[in-house]
Design a binder for this molecule. Sequence first.
Ligand code: HEC
Length: 137
Amino acid sequence: MHIKSIFFAAVLGLGMTGSSPVFAQQGDAGDLGEKSYIAYCSDCHGLAGAGGGSLQPLLNVEIANLTELSANNGGVFPMLDVIHTIDGRSGLPGHEGPMPTFGYMFDPGIYGPPHAAEAVIRGQMLSIALYLESIQK
Ligand code: HEC
């Protein structure tokens, strides 16, 4: 099943039953985060998150090493900053950096309950952030 479909199913499942097998174990979120990381981030940040992805030669900025986010922040994983960086929707024209604006990219374009799309977007970003937290050195 496509990753976005899994999230949609998870959101619906939560709404209807109060629980969902997708969220039953932390390991599931980690696995989803890893798959999403490889699909959306590894071309730049490298398969292991340490930089050196295949797109680096095309960029005129250094691509960040994502395994040192905690080390660069006094040993604490900067969860909120990471989510905001992935999201990228600042609302200010011209204030988006070298990364794709994933907050828009992850929009599943669904017409469901109010805020359903935003729940999917945030779930996608959170699973990637949790995966990044798990690969800190
Ligand atoms: C097109 C290449 C590209 C892609 C794709 C990309 N990034 Fe980045 N990312 C960068 C660059 C370049 C920087 C450094 C930005 C800067 O210095 O302004 C960066 C910075 C970051 C940072 C901040 C690092 C720090 O030290 O504060 C995080 C977190 C991050 N990226 C996560 C991700 C995640 C997660 C994904 C996938 C969902 C992703 N990036 C996809 C190029 C990319």
